[in-house]
Design a binder for this molecule. Structure first.
Ligand code: ADP
Length: 584
């Protein structure tokens, strides 16, 4: 077994891998960017090395620096986690030619399966049904029109290297082809450095079902059952579970066997996931993820198999010691991604300090995170800050236990999607397991999301949507019995002293007047200021646009009046609470 492993990642997955290392008596090495000097994965590791600035391209994506640190720290393996360099075959190859072992499939296999068309070709040859479409790239609008003519619409134009819905454009008719083709090519280039695109029939209302695979260097390939990841927002998973509700035993058996067959033929080694779309009685191969996935814990909870430990074991040359028949599942597990986003504002990412962080516990509750109270959620990396994974005897009990755990989860300081998860636990389509991949985007009314944040925002420590009143909870004892008393009041008193103390931004603002200050709700960069002094504004008008966490966020005023002063300009960096403009 390895002596020392470098984890080329950050956040919860880095800590998850380090925990497996600790149980295997392996020393751990973290890398960290300027933004992560005191991050959870750095605190957890036995050793930590600074890799570069906050920008991923100069730190967590800097292959050369990472390999250099690995040599300096004298590690014998590198685990990539997920995201960043995890599916980068060039990085895998670079590690293979270094003294360290790559914890993952061989770079050649990654190359073959990493591109969607390559993987489709392999699966088709292994007699695994693929989503109808092309296995060769397309380049012209004419080819796509001919495909539409033959197979009908809608069609998905997909980037060969794409993922998470990026690089995928759906066309409903011939007229949309040209724009959609341009968009997919552009996104493929921008996100994955690869302009190759191909076609798939866009299936309506499918379920996303994927199979966890584990393979060693002795030809043993096992599947650990399937997961359902159909609850997605803009093609990004938010809730995942195992086993998949609604699959018949025959379908379950057939999908598992197909996944196993497909990767065995490809000479795959280590952990991987084979993704399928299920439509009615049919299932179709979509892609292989050649790495550990965010949602692996649900499989671990129902099978009792530690997937990350096995990644390290097979990379170190050990043989899988259980047969396919030995893999059984117990009960049901559901994972809730805890993202720092506001569901009431189109899931816009939020930043801030975790004033309170008190995650749930007790029977059947697993927390995968790298956070503690007082940590700052910055805007440099993705918005997932933790994962809550709940396990119970069956799906029904799991839903009830989930409600209990989400209710216990106490986070203050940033918005999270906990209110959204609590809403889903009251949603019939979800609780009955009928939801498909389009459900959240197309059938969950935004009004319900707003109401959920209003209702559960504070209860789960979320801070609510704001508004003019603030609630404060006091404890009272009446005749020896304890009561929680909530008092509601105007939210001005506490804010005032802080603002008068702050000298810079509003020094010249008409202090003491009825002027309403519009402040930044997040740290970011001002992209555009849409008002100027003298403009009349109404509540809901956009006053400026701030870029935070790679998203553009409109800042709106809740006051009506005349813009008295604008205190920022395009290009300025702003902190949470900075005044943007004053309205009289
Ligand atoms: P990844 O699984 O890497 O995120 P994709 O970007 O290919 O890969 O797909 C993301 C999601 O987009 C899928 O989970 C599914 O919801 C949807 N999707 C992809 N391809 C199709 C298709 N041909 N028909 C219907 N939905 C699709």
């Amino acid at each position: 077994m390895f002596r020392k492993v470098l984890i080329a990642n950050r956040g919860e997955i880095a800590v998850r891998v380090m925990r497996a290392c600790r149980e295997l008596d392996i020393r751990t090495v973290a890398i960290y960017s300027d933004a992560d000097r005191d991050a959870g994965h750095v605190r957890y590791a036995d050793e930590a090395y600074h890799v570069g600035p906050a920008r991923p391209a100069e730190s967590y994506l800097d292959a050369e620096s990472i390999v250099e640190i690995a040599e300096q720290a004298n590690v014998d393996a590198i685990h990539p986690g997920y995201g960043f360099l995890a599916e980068n075959a060039d990085f895998a190859e670079r590690v293979e030619t270094s003294p360290a072992t790559w914890v993952g499939p061989a770079s050649a296999v990654m190359r073959q399966l990493g591109g969607k068309t390559g993987a489709r070709t392999v699966m088709e040859a292994a007699d695994v049904p693929i989503v109808p479409g092309t296995v060769d790239p397309v380049t012209t609008a004419d080819e796509i029109a001919a495909f539409g003519e033959e197979h009908g619409y809608p069609i998905a134009i997909k980037a060969d290297a794409g993922g998470g819905g990026r690089g995928m454009s759906v066309v409903e008719s011939e007229a949309e082809i040209e724009d959609a083709l341009d968009r997919s090519i552009r996104e493929g280039e921008a996100y994955f450095d690869d302009a190759t695109v191909y076609l798939e029939k866009y299936l309506s209302d499918p379920k996303h079902v994927e199979v966890q695979i584990l393979a060693d260097g002795y030809g043993n390939v096992r599947h650990l059952g399937e997961r359902d990841c159909s609850l997605q927002r803009r093609h990004q998973k938010v809730i995942e579970e195992a086993p998949a509700p609604g699959l018949s035993p025959e379908q379950r058996e057939a999908i598992g066997a197909a996944a196993r067959r497909g990767v065995a033929d490809a000479g795959y080694e280590n952990a991987g996931t084979v993704e399928f779309l299920v439509s009615g009685d049919e299932f179709y191969f979509m892609e292989v993820n050649t790495r550990i996935q965010v949602e692996h814990p649900v499989t671990e909870l129902v099978t009792g198999i530690d997937v990350v430990k096995w990644q390290l074991r097979v990379a170190a040359g050990e043989e899988i010691d259980f047969a396919q028949e030995d893999v059984t599942t117990t009960g049901h597990a559901i994972e809730y991604r805890i993202n720092a986003e506001n569901p009431a504002e189109d899931f816009a990412p939020t930043t801030g300090v975790l004033e309170r962080y008190d995650p749930p516990g007790g029977i059947g509750v697993r927390m995968d995170d790298a956070m503690r109270e007082g940590d700052e959620i910055g805007g440099d990396y993705d918005s997932m800050i933790a994962k809550l994974i709940v396990h119970a005897g069956d799906r029904e009990e799991c839903l009830i236990r989930s409600e209990r755990a989400l209710r216990e989860f106490d986070i203050k300081g940033v918005h999270t999607i906990i209110p959204f998860h609590r809403l889903m636990l009251t949603d019939q389509a979800f609780t009955e397991g009928r939801h498909t991949t389009d459900y959240l985007d197309e059938q969950v009314d935004p009004g319900r999301l707003e109401a959920a944040v209003e209702r559960w925002g504070t209860a789960s420590g979320d801070g609510g949507t704001g508004g003019n009143t603030s609630a404060r909870t006091y404890t009272a004892e009446v005749n020896g019995k304890r009561f929680e008393v909530v008092l509601y009041g105007e939210e001005v008193e506490e804010e005032q002293p802080r603002q008068t103390k702050s000298p810079e931004p509003v020094a010249d603002a008409p202090a003491g007047t009825a002027g309403e200050r519009v402040t930044a709700e997040m740290q970011g960069t001002v992209l555009e200021v849409t008002v100027e002094p003298g403009d009349e504004v109404e509540p809901g008008d956009v006053v400026c646009v701030i870029e935070a966490m790679k998203m553009e966020n409109d800042v709106i005023t809740s006051a009506a009046g005349t813009v008295a002063e604008v205190t920022v300009g395009a290009g300025d960096s702003v902190e949470t609470g900075d005044v943007l403009c004053v309205i009289e």
